[in-house]
Design a protein around this ligand. Structure first.
Ligand code: HEC
Length: 178
């Protein structure tokens, strides 16, 4: 055997000899104490400005960033009926089944303050929760949040559309009704 071959073999044996399994390597259990750091904790606090690996870094727009199509509204209605109507009810008055069983009543979407609130406000409430209402970020992805906002706008419009904006046929019917 050449000298090089012999050296390689000894080297390989040496490496194999000091085998260490990952499960018994020196490591800290979660939140274990440590004398290594001045504060005595093994868990380090993230440096200021740290962002989560999966954080969405796109700035959130103030208005619905999609064209308002019938597909978007239908998607919004479906998601709203699933996730929001149990409390806000299907019309947005806030008398959903969970509220009838004792959960705090949400405000009606048809009150002035929420009519005037920006699209972004609704988006943020879905993302972060609001008071007694918890966050829907884990269940409703961003695109669906905007679809829900579009549908809430349609709900609001259904009660506050100016007569001048109605199609002629509806206006005639409205004017004919007592
Ligand atoms: C489990 C019941 C529940 C569900 C489900 C729920 N909400 Fe709410 N929501 C509430 C309650 C209660 C409040 C009032 C919270 C408070 O003022 O403390 C509220 C408040 C709101 C407000 C008003 C915020 C303001 O400015 O006053 C908006 C907008 C809203 N919810 C949107 C939604 C949307 C959109 C969904 C579906 C994705 C949803 N909520 C699902 C209970 C719920």
């Amino acid at each position: 055997m050449s000298r090089l071959g012999l050296t390689l073999m000894i080297g390989a044996l040496a490496v194999a000899g000091c085998r260490q399994d990952m499960e018994d390597q020196p490591r800290y259990d979660p939140l274990e104490a440590s004398s290594q750091f001045a504060d005595g904790m093994s868990a380090r606090t993230p440096v200021p400005g740290t962002v989560a690996r999966d954080a969405d870094l796109m700035p959130v727009p103030d208005k619905i960033p999609y064209p308002i199509t019938i597909e978007l509204l239908q998607r919004g209605r479906q998601r709203f009926d699933i996730f929001c109507s149990p409390c806000h009810d299907r019309t947005g008055d806030g008398h959903g089944m969970i509220v009838q069983r004792g959960f705090p009543a949400p405000p009606s979407y048809h009150q002035d303050a929420l009519r005037k609130a920006s699209d972004r406000h609704f988006y943020d409430v879905i993302t972060n929760g609001y008071g007694a209402m918890y966050s829907y970020a884990a269940r409703v992805p961003p695109q669906d949040r905007w679809a829900i906002v579009a549908y809430i706008r349609a709900l609001q419009y259904s009660r506050a559309a100016p007569v001048a904006e109605l199609p002629q046929a509806l206006r005639t019917r409205l004017e004919a009704s007592p």
